[in-house]
Design a protein around this ligand. Structure first.
Ligand code: FE2
Ligand code: FE2
Length: 255
């Protein structure tokens, strides 16, 4: 049982750049909406495509733009961050591509799903082994959260299916077997929530990329983990600042 309620702000696909698909106005409105959250998030998770082209000016602008974020944040690299040898800049400016973050209430395992200059994603055997080791050594009282960019199951309302994680079957099996509570992803620019067995899979929409889909406009997710084990996923519309509950589930692990 958790001691209190916790909150995760989940943003994705900012596509920060001076040259391409980035809407700076919307980005700034998104930061305002994050600031206005009440209660405040305990952590902010960005599920990749931080930059649009992976180039040095994009990373410099991203680092500058994130200075005003008031919460502790973690970022998983996306396929756009890997463009143009961008992973070297990601490492220099934001740290490791694969890492874990240990909070007293949760374990976050962040994995690098893209490969240089490819849109497709995979974790591969080495990361699967690493993930399994971390999950097995994490006590059940903690919320187990796995974070990567590419989607693990197809996302509806996002057009023709492309780029589901190449090793999705094995990764999904590993995640379900190890009672992961939450998987946080991005990439498709459409928010989506689905629960499979005991695991809640959450995609965030795009925060500030001009490539939105249909009526799915700029948004981010807020995930509330209540002390009684309820997990509530809401979407915040960045323009209207309206928060809408998407789904609510009862989790049976971490007690
Ligand atoms: Fe993206
Ligand atoms: Fe992507």
């Amino acid at each position: 049982m958790l001691r209190k309620n916790y909150r995760i702000a989940h943003i994705s696909d900012t596509h920060i750049t001076k040259y391409g698909q980035f809407d700076e106005n919307v980005f700034n409105m998104g930061l305002e909406a994050l600031d206005m959250l009440s209660p405040k998030p305990d952590i902010l998770v960005h599920t990749g495509d931080l930059t649009d082209n992976g180039i040095l000016p994009d990373y410099e602008l991203a680092a500058d733009s994130l200075k005003s974020v008031k919460y502790k944040y973690i970022i998983a690299p996306g396929n756009h961050d890997e463009k143009n040898y961008g992973h070297s800049l990601f490492k220099e400016m934001f740290g490791s591509l694969d890492f874990e973050v240990d909070e007293d209430w949760a374990k976050f395992v962040v994995l690098n799903s893209p490969e240089p200059d490819r849109d497709e994603g995979r974790l591969g055997r080495r990361r699967q082994i690493y993930l399994e080791e971390v999950l097995r050594s994490t006590p059940n009282e903690k919320l187990k959260v796995v974070v990567f960019h590419h989607h693990l199951v197809p996302v509806p309302y996002s057009g023709r299916e492309v780029n589901v994680l190449e090793d999705a079957g094995d990764v999904l099996d590993l995640i379900l077997q190890n009672h992961v509570n939450l998987v946080l992803m991005g990439h498709r620019h459409v928010r989506h929530v689905i629960k499979i067995d005991e695991t809640v899979l959450v995609n965030a929409g795009t925060f500030s990329c001009i490539r939105t889909r249909g009526h799915f406009l700029h948004s981010f997710n807020v995930i509330d983990i209540l002390s009684d084990g309820t997990i509530k996923i809401s979407e915040v519309d960045i323009k209207t600042k309206e928060e809408k509950l998407l789904k609510s589930f009862q989790s049976r692990r971490f007690e």
